[in-house]
Design a protein around this ligand. Structure first.
Ligand SMILES: *Cc1c(COP(=O)(O)O)cnc(C)c1O
Length: 456
């Protein structure tokens, strides 16, 4: 059967339910822990921070399929199903016998997969009768997606944006404001934690950890508000399973069995969503796939981190999670893969990795941009730097097939577009891009500060 350049599904084929891979894991991901009690965080403890329904999803290790409410499916129809593309042009340019497919999630105004979870989280906040939500954003993709979702459901959206990004990425900020969000550079004088940081470090450019602390404080001290997060959490991986379910439906249409599934990993939400249905088959013994997480060499949580309980934020106000981590005080050296700079990793992916169900590679920034430019020139899409980590390894694997003559089928996640990352492309084009890799001593220093581990 001739495979088309783009495999489209119909609107009716948008999944009816998200798939919760935890249900098929015999050994479940480790529970998040309240640092006060050192016991697993309870629903009661989480409800002042997160929406009720999202707390339920966060703690649900058993329900395999969770129905997608109709209003969310209706929103998905505006930009889903997203295409699964056969990269014929890239294959030809590489001269590889490998067959390469990518699932493209950049076809919406926010420019990434983050909208898949933003709309779900906004919906549950609305259902609960809340007035609004707060969040932080670093590079800006999550804040942009959330502002689109809250505009759709008529909710307030307060975004704490890391001050340096606020100043350096005015266009992202304006997209958020256009969709009605209020965007505050963090640290700010609107919260206690912000004021304290400003008093201690006047003129600081802020950090993601500080912005999280401000967003959480704003949520718990403002009536009718909750905090929402765009990655890492179980609920986010659940919502992102729409990516994997559609990918699998498209492949099944043509009887295609991938040998290898590749995705970039920051907090793990796109990769977790893409691989969930495939990992489910692996866990149930129905099929086998090679699964590869790709991370920046500058922030190598899987490949050089430790599997241990750690704080999720630099401000140390959030619960502890057991994950592959570089230490919550780890400061990745400046690089352009903004969305992949988190010190930890989803607890689900951490447990799958620990069980040997997936592997991980780290790649250097300049090689990532080599791949991004090669891809852009033949496939047409200008990829996000984050997504280009997956492109890099897909190309590496296709090159290996050229050596061995194997025609493997490779699927990778193309999570977004790079229109707001042109400063990074400029650095690359001007040959000013460098590769920063933390030393063993750097990692030893931040890992030495891991919190005391729970006794259970
Ligand atoms: C945020 C982001 C990522 C990384 O986040 P994950 O939660 O690991 O998926 C990857 N690609 C793009 C385009 C992003 O915006």
């Amino acid at each position: 059967m001739e495979i088309p350049y783009k495999i489209y599904l119909s609107e009716k084929e948008i999944p009816q339910a998200w798939y919760n891979v935890r249900a098929d894991m015999k050994k479940k991901p480790a529970p998040i822990v309240n640092p006060g009690t050192m016991q697993p965080a309870t629903a009661d403890e989480l409800r002042p921070v997160f929406c009720d329904e999202l707390v339920k999803q966060e703690l649900d290790n058993d329900t395999a399929y969770i129905e997608i409410p109709q209003p969310i499916r209706d929103f998905y129809k505006m930009y889903r199903p997203s295409p699964l593309v056969r990269a014929y042009c890239l294959e030809k340019a590489l001269g590889t016998p490998a067959k390469i497919y990518y699932k493209f999630e950049g076809n919406n105004t926010s420019g990434s997969h983050k909208l898949n979870s933003a709309i779900a989280q906004a919906y549950y906040a609305k259902q609960q009768g809340l007035k609004g939500v707060t969040t932080e954003t670093g590079a800006g993709q999550w804040g942009t997606a959330l502002s689109m979702a809250t505009a759709y459901f008529g909710l307030d959206c307060k975004v704490y944006m890391v001050k340096v990004s606020y100043e350096q990425k005015p266009f992202r900020r304006e997209v958020m404001r256009t969709y009605g969000a209020s965007v505050t550079p963090s640290p700010s004088d609107t919260t206690n934690v912000g004021r304290a940081i400003l008093a201690e470090h006047p003129g600081t450019g802020g950090s993601l950890g500080c912005a999280i602390s401000e967003a959480v404080e704003a949520a718990v001290t403002t009536d009718g508000y909750r905090y929402v997060l765009g990655s890492v959490l179980n609920q986010v991986l659940l919502h992102q399973s729409v990516i994997g379910l559609e990918t699998k439906a498209a492949l099944d249409k043509y009887g295609i069995h991938p040998d290898m599934i590749i995705g970039c990993a920051g907090g793990g939400s796109n990769l977790g969503g893409l691989i969930s249905p495939f990992v489910g088959e692996k866990l149930r013994g129905e099929a086998d796939y090679q699964i590869i997480a790709v991370e920046p060499a500058s922030c190598p949580s899987f490949t050089r981190g430790k599997y241990a309980y750690d704080f999720c934020d630099t401000g140390h106000i959030c619960p502890l999670a057991k994950m592959y981590t570089l230490g919550s005080n780890f400061m990745p050296s400046p690089n352009h893969a903004g969305g992949l700079r988190y010190h930890g990793m989803s607890t689900i992916l951490s447990e799958l990795y620990d069980q040997g169900l997936m592997e991980a590679r780290s790649v250097e920034q300049t090689r990532v941009f080599d791949a991004a430019v090669q891809f852009a020139r033949v496939e047409g899409i200008l990829p996000a730097p984050e997504s280009s980590h997956a492109i890099r390894v897909a190309i590496d694997e296709a090159e290996k097939c050229k050596q061995t003559g194997e025609s493997k089928t490779i699927v990778f996640g193309l999570t977004g577009t790079g229109y707001f990352d042109l400063v990074a492309y400029q650095k690359y084009n001007d040959h000013e891009m460098t590769d920063y890799i933390p030393t063993d001593d750097d990692l030893k220093r931040s890992l030495a500060q891991l919190p005391q581990q729970p006794a259970f």
